[in-house]
Design a protein around this ligand. Structure first.
Ligand SMILES: Nc1ncnc2c1ncn2[C@@H]1O[C@H](COP(=O)(O)OP(=O)(O)OP(=O)(O)O)[C@@H](O)[C@H]1O
Length: 253
């Protein structure tokens, strides 16, 4: 288990993380948040690279930096070294095929996705129990989805939108350094029920908009309060599925 206990982080500019609690077992967690939400700072703290101002990160598996493989948003290596040179420092040569890298390429000729895979390769000799990937770039989606399906540990994938949630069982949304959503993917699946009735006052606990005569209510897919109520009264309506990203941006970002 990797546990983040009441972690806050303050820089000169102010608080960037506020009272974060999370527990990661052998599961896959998507951390979603727009630009500057605090994803990188949180992953840095979880990897033991940066100290929290308050709270702590603990693991049953030993020292943080040895049990967590952290793939930064932009891994930095000496541009003139080759993949083989870098892998050699930590006896990672046997892992280069696994991360699908050409050992003779120089860092300066690697794409960002390849640099991330090199960063992964040099963590593998330490048999990490947790893998934290900061920003799932498009180039690596297929690679990481194959890799994590075989990885016997906990995984966090961070991204600025909800595209990565289909690779994970759990989702956490960060907004201005606070957790605004934590749970399964189903909690982000919504529909809009559209009708030509004035329904603003009918569903005070739900998100309702009126545009002229057209009323729209947002309701989670696994609930049917609105449809049941309208059915009872014989009110006509249509149901429109909402993209997960729209739900994220409207309610949690
Ligand atoms: N070393 C630092 N000193 C001061 N402020 C920092 C430092 N590192 C990060 N921040 C601030 O913390 C906030 C969160 O940054 P962070 O990089 O964690 O966001 P993010 O969610 O990863 O965003 P992005 O998707 O753009 O990478 C930002 O306002 C950033 O400017």
């Amino acid at each position: 288990m990797l546990r983040v206990l009441n972690v806050s982080k303050r820089f000169r500019g102010g608080n960037v993380l506020e009272g974060i609690n999370l527990t990661l077992g052998k599961e896959r967690l998507a951390i979603v948040g727009i630009h500057n939400a605090g994803k990188s700072v949180l992953l840095n703290i979880m990897a033991g690279i940066c100290k929290p101002t308050q709270g702590k990160v603990i693991t049953d598996e030993g020292e943080l930096r040895k049990t967590v493989a952290y793939i930064p948003q932009v891994p930095l290596f000496d541009p003139l070294l080759t993949v083989k040179d870098i892998a050699n420092y930590v006896d990672a040569l046997p892992y280069l095929d696994q991360v699908e890298l050409d050992r003779n390429k120089r860092v300066k000729d690697l794409t960002l996705g390849e640099r991330k895979r090199l960063s992964l390769a040099i963590s593998l000799p330490f048999y990490p129990s947790f893998l934290l990937v900061d920003e799932m770039d498009q180039e690596n989606v297929d690679f990481f989805s194959r890799f994590i399906s075989k990885f016997n540990g906990g995984v966090i994938l961070a991204h600025y939108n909800t595209k990565i949630t289909n690779l994970c069982e759990k989702v956490m949304i960060l907004s201005h350094g606070r957790i605004t959503y934590s749970g399964g993917k189903d909690g982000l699946k919504y529909k809009v029920i559209r009708t030509n009735q004035n329904i603003v006052k009918r569903f005070p606990d739900l998100y309702v908009t009126m545009a002229g005569e057209i009323g729209e209510v947002w309701e989670r897919n696994d609930q049917r309060k609105v449809e049941d109520a309208l059915d009872m009264e014989g009110v006509k309506y249509e149901v429109i599925q909402v993209e997960e990203d729209e739900v994220f941006l409207r309610f949690y970002a």
